[in-house]
Design a protein around this ligand. Structure first.
Ligand code: 2AM
Length: 176
């Protein structure tokens, strides 16, 4: 196969197997089955979405990631909700540790310095559990998810074909 000339990329927090399993269970409780559940291997928390990026720009993107200052932190995913416009069912932490918007801000600033168009919408940390969900009453997770975050990742996304759609290109560990 020829090398792709561009890729759809985003930065994300990538769960390990146990957090992934817990997110799946959260989806079952929250009613993901009434829509199209995200493939378990695709569950993640987006940090910054880049969209289509030319392959020759990949080194710039990696350099930005290399410069991020990150300490490990803990996420407690304890609630779920639903967005009417996107028809997305999601789960999220009710208390957002400062480190999370901190990561978002650093990535945004670094990418903007490299000429990437900044995200204009406010950062709303969430994990999408299902799409095409008609309606869900927001609630609290029976089993809050303890997610110890010790890295962030650059993810490539493909649009067509069967899920899983996302692939970890590279992980950056936190400075412990
Ligand atoms: P979503 O799950 O809320 O839809 C890969 O597509 C990831 O990037 C998904 O988590 C998705 O968020 C997010 N994403 C997709 N398109 C985006 C966009 N235009 N702006 C911001 N985030 C986007």
């Amino acid at each position: 196969l020829p090398e792709p000339t561009q890729q759809r990329l985003f930065f994300a927090l990538w769960p390990d197997a146990s957090v992934r399993q817990a997110l799946q269970a959260a989806g079952r409780q929250a009613g993901a089955g009434s829509g199209r559940p995200v493939h378990p291997d695709d569950l993640h928390m987006t940090l910054v979405f880049l969209g289509q990026v030319a392959t020759e720009r990949l080194p710039d993107v990696q350099t930005v990631a290399d410069g991020i200052v990150m300490r490990p932190f803990d996420l407690a995913i304890d609630r779920f909700g639903w967005w009417k416009r996107s028809r997305i069912l999601w789960c999220a932490p009710s208390r957002v540790p400062e480190a999370l918007p901190g990561l978002f801000d650093q990535l945004q600033a670094g990418l903007a310095d490299c000429g990437f168009a900044p995200e204009r919408r406010p950062y709303r940390p969430h994990v999408t559990l299902a799409r095409k969900v008609t309606q869900v009453v927001p609630g609290t997770l029976d089993r809050p998810i303890a997610w110890p975050v010790d890295s962030f990742a650059l993810i490539a996304s493909r649009t067509g074909g069967e899920p899983p759609r996302y692939r970890v290109l590279k992980k950056w560990p936190a400075d412990s």
